[in-house]
Every structure is written in structure tokens, then in C-alpha cells.
Design a protein around this ligand. Structure first.
Ligand code: C5P
Length: 208
């Protein structure tokens, strides 16, 4: 049986780091699905189109080029905000859903992280984890990450961004951020990456 690990959670909860570690540990391909939404937003901005142009956003999602996912500019703070805006468009989500499902169908299995992996993309995943942390701790982590990349921003500004993004991602009608009924919640507020990995591995070993 392929091992499909679905990881969801809000911005900067530690799900990306955890997903990478789990993928390495189990020898599985990993998809950071937030990058797909960021790449669609980036393509629109690069073409000089408005993020509010829903038809253009849908076209950008339908023609998304996998090669564009490695662009480091996708990780910029502004791109997270832009991704959150276009991710509420149902046609964008539909186009990216097919993409994500193909990835998850790898015969070996896969690790996917995002907002709706356990609820929409991989409802039959072998294991579903829902990663949370307090908004202040998430803001601190994002602040450190951005500082490490040379992008200066105030902690207060990042906290406000994170809370606004949580609210938008949780309240949209198309595939909102929500914990699947059969997911296991892991709060990483007090855990470093190694401790979160150990907890997640124990959950996976129990579930498979
Ligand atoms: O995880 P990341 O911060 O890269 O995600 C950027 C935005 O993309 C999120 O705020 C969310 O709006 C959107 N997203 C989504 N569904 C996913 C992954 C990301 O709606 N599976």
C-alpha cells in the first residue's frame, strides 16, 4: 500500500519543515502545495494582470509550469498574501486539484502539505496531520525565516498578516482551512522541528 501523508495547517505552523523531514525519512516525494498557489499569483503579477481578474487567475492555474515552482521569489512575504487572494477562486482550486492528485498518485506514496489536503485533495490519505501553533509563535518563526532571507519586517506586521491570512483561508467558501474529522492535531508551539518530527513519526507508525 502506498503511504500518503496529508499535512495541513495555518501559515508558518511548521508543516513545511515537518513535511520535508517526513518525506526524506520515508523516501517519498514531497509537494508543498502552497507553492502552486504562490506560482499562480506570481504568474499573474509578472504578466501585469490584477489578482482580482478571476478568469486570468484560472488560466494561469490551468497553464502552470512545474519548472516555475523553484523560483525563490515565490517565498516572498507578498506572494503569500497574493496566493491567499487567488486561492479563493474555485476555478483556480479546480485546476490545481488535478495537479495535486496526479502527484499524490505516485505508486510509492507521497507527502503533501497545504490547507485542504486531508479534506479535499487526499481524503483517503493513509495518515492526516493537522499542524497548529499559537499565532505569536508562528509570527516569530516567519520573522526569523524572512530575516534569514534578508527580508526585513516587523514582528507586529507579520503577526497581523498571519492573522489576516488565517481568517481569509478559514472563511472562504471553496475548500477552507479546516481539520479533517480523521486527522490528528499536533500543536508545535512548544516543539522544535526535531521534536515535532518525532511526534509525527509516532502518529504515522500507529496509523499505518
Ligand atoms: O502555505 P503557504 O503559505 O505557501 O500558502 C500560501 C497560500 O496558498 C495560503 O495562504 C492559502 O491561501 C493558499 N493555499 C491553499 N490551499 C493549499 C495550500 C495553500 O489555499 N493546499
Amino acid at each position: 500500500m502506498p503511504l500518503v501523508i496529508a499535512i495541513d495547517g495555518p501559515a508558518a505552523s511548521g508543516k513545511g519543515t515537518l513535511a520535508k523531514r517526513l518525506a526524506t525519512h520515508y523516501g517519498l516525494p514531497h509537494l508543498d502545495t502552497g507553492l502552486l498557489y504562490r506560482a499562480v499569483a506570481f504568474a499573474l503579477i509578472q504578466s501585469g494582470l490584477s489578482l482580482e481578474d478571476r478568469a486570468a487567475a484560472a488560466r494561469a492555474a490551468e497553464t502552470l509550469d512545474a519548472g516555475s515552482l523553484t523560483d525563490t521569489r515565490l517565498r516572498d512575504r507578498a506572494m503569500g498574501e497574493a496566493a491567499s487572494q487567488i486561492s479563493a477562486v474555485p476555478e483556480v482550486r479546480a485546476a490545481l486539484l488535478a495537479w495535486q492528485r496526479r502527484f499524490a498518485a505516485d505508486p510509492a506514496g507521497a507527502v503533501l502539505d497545504g490547507r485542504d489536503i486531508g479534506t479535499v485533495v487526499c481524503p483517503a490519505a493513509s495518515v492526516k496531520l493537522f499542524i497548529t501553533a499559537s499565532s505569536l509563535e508562528r509570527a516569530r518563526r516567519r520573522h526569523r525565516e524572512l530575516a534569514g532571507r534578508g527580508e526585513a519586517a516587523s514582528l507586529e506586521g507579520i503577526l497581523a498578516d498571519i492573522e489576516a491570512r488565517d481568517a481569509r483561508d478559514s472563511s472562504r467558501s471553496a475548500a477552507p482551512l479546516r481539520m479533517a474529522d480523521d486527522a490528528v492535531r499536533l500543536d508545535t508551539t512548544e516543539l522544535d522541528a526535531a521534536a515535532a518530527f518525532d511526534e509525527a513519526r509516532a502518529i504515522i507508525e500507529r496509523a499505518r
